[in-house]
Design a binder for this molecule. Structure first.
Ligand SMILES: [Zn+2]
Length: 123
């Protein structure tokens, strides 16, 4: 078994800070900021359409965060969703996925309605 991965990040308020590096983290950290702003980030899951970026989501964790509001990022790992500007826990992420499922159904209904309208089948 290999030793846990660590990373050392230079901070302006605590000097070099060495901490465990989660396996999912891309390892792209900014140096020279405050320790509380250290952020682990996983790869983005991107929603794009015809080359246009709509939103992305990915794992995040701020191990020294002073925020007590998990939706704004915190010490607990969450998923940051750019389109809503929030970090979600598993329950919130399932709720968002359900809302998106419902939205795709409504888009298909609109496509059906539009097809019928363009075919002269009604209003
Ligand atoms: Zn990291």
């Amino acid at each position: 078994m290999s030793a846990p991965r660590t990373v050392t990040i230079r901070t302006r308020d605590h000097g070099p800070v060495t901490l465990p590096e989660p396996a999912w983290c891309l390892g792209e950290h900014e140096h020279g900021g405050y320790r509380a702003d250290i952020l682990h980030q996983g790869p983005d899951v991107v929603l794009a359409f015809h080359g246009r970026h709509i939103t992305d989501a990915g794992l995040v964790e701020s191990p020294f965060s002073e925020s007590t509001r998990p939706e704004l990022g915190g010490r607990t790992t969450g998923v940051s969703v750019s389109v809503i500007g929030r970090t979600l826990d598993p329950v919130g992420l399932y709720e968002l996925a359900a809302a998106l499922d419902g939205y795709t159904d409504r888009l298909r209904d609109l496509a059906d309605q539009l097809s019928a309208l363009l075919a002269g089948g009604g209003q």
